[in-house]
Design a protein around this ligand. Structure first.
Ligand code: TRP
Length: 336
């Protein structure tokens, strides 16, 4: 039987939010029990591709992201959490793969295209070689661990496709060496922001973080966008264009959600009451995460130890895969 190996990760540029949770974190917690090996990388090198001028931001968020992982139930006994910058094999592999990808192909990658358009403030009119090439380094992240399953949000799918192409090209030139990974997408596609934006994102200022306090959640939910046609409390509303109803669907029971929609349509429930109830449900949902986070925040040495041990273990694995790659590429000089 072929081994099932899961690998995924995040750029440490901020804390994780509920969009990440429904997008892929939830799947990771589940999958860590179902695979033979499980790796979660903190992609600090990738984070530098669009934050090269802000290294302190990346550094500061490494531990935050790891604490987010631990607080949602990623178990370091099952999942190997590691730092990308401490696995030099991945950088090496990126160089080898860069011969197998054209610039035109990278420029056509939908994920890269969207991001370049969003990051005009960083790149101006001309993007860096490093950012344009980050799909290549992401392919190295995945294949350096021989990963087969990659739980990601749907916006990342073109990067997995790009990785599969690199694998096929590599194997066709150097012989069957690498395995093609599959993206593992969540059923709840991308979740919308509190402002109704199609995407929840830290740069968009419309996110609820896994670590937000009850007060923060309250404040954010109170500002959520509702049916603009509903001005007075007893006006009839349209829940299908209300972000509060949208979130009730994610965080409240089915009965509660149906009741919210019905009363909104009849004008029987005011938006403020509806928001208060939602804020409470979100808070209750996040409470166990917050409690675990407090524990790890009080014990940073435990978090560091998890990263150090995980990185050592990850490096051993990457070295083994690298040996196979070098052999295939006839770079195994002086190996016995
Ligand atoms: N691109 C991902 C993000 O921005 C992070 C990432 C880096 C990743 N390497 C990866 C995800 C490998 C999955 C597999 O969130």
């Amino acid at each position: 039987m072929e081994k099932k190996i899961m690998l995924t990760g995040d750029r440490p540029t901020g804390r994780l939010h509920i969009g990440h949770y429904f997008g892929s974190l939830k799947n990771r917690v589940k999958m860590q029990n179902e695979v033979d090996e499980c790796y979660i990388l903190v992609a600090d090198v990738q984070a530098l591709t669009d934050n090269f001028n802000n290294p302190e931001k990346v550094r500061k968020n490494v531990r935050e992201v790891v604490i987010d992982y631990l607080s949602i139930g990623i178990d370091p006994e099952k999942a190997t959490i590691y730092l990308q910058s401490m696995i030099p094999e991945v950088a090496e592999l990126t160089v080898f793969y860069s011969n197998l990808v054209t610039i035109a192909r990278l420029e056509r990658n939908p994920t890269v295209k969207t991001e370049i358009a969003q990051k005009k403030d960083v790149f101006g009119e001309s993007v860096t070689y490093g950012f344009l090439g980050y799909p290549v380094s992401q392919a190295a992240d995945i294949t350096a661990f021989d990963a087969t399953i990659v739980p990601v949000g749907e916006d990342q799918q073109p990067l997995i496709e790009q990785c599969r192409e690199i694998v096929r090209k590599f194997n066709s030139i150097y012989g069957e060496t690498l395995r093609e990974p599959e993206a593992y997408l969540s059923e709840t596609k991308r979740i919308k922001g509190l402002d109704g934006n199609e995407k929840m994102g830290k740069s968009l200022g419309n996110a609820i973080y896994l670590s937000d306090s009850e007060e923060e959640i309250n404040r954010k939910v109170m500002g959520a966008v509702t049916d603009p046609g509903r001005i007075k409390k007893d006006d009839k509303g349209n829940p299908s264009i209300c972000m509060v109803a949208y979130y009730h669907n994610l965080f409240s029971s089915k009965d509660e959600y149906e009741c919210v929609c019905k009363e909104c349509k009849e004008g029987a429930r005011g938006c403020v009451a509806c928001k208060k109830q939602l804020a409470k449900n979100i808070s209750d949902f996040l409470k166990p995460f917050r409690e675990k986070r407090e524990y790890y925040e009080a014990h940073p040495e435990i978090v560091d130890e998890i990263i150090i041990r995980g990185t050592e273990k990850a490096r051993e694995k990457a070295k083994k895969v690298m040996a196979k790659v070098k052999k295939a590429m006839q770079l195994d000089y002086f190996e016995k």
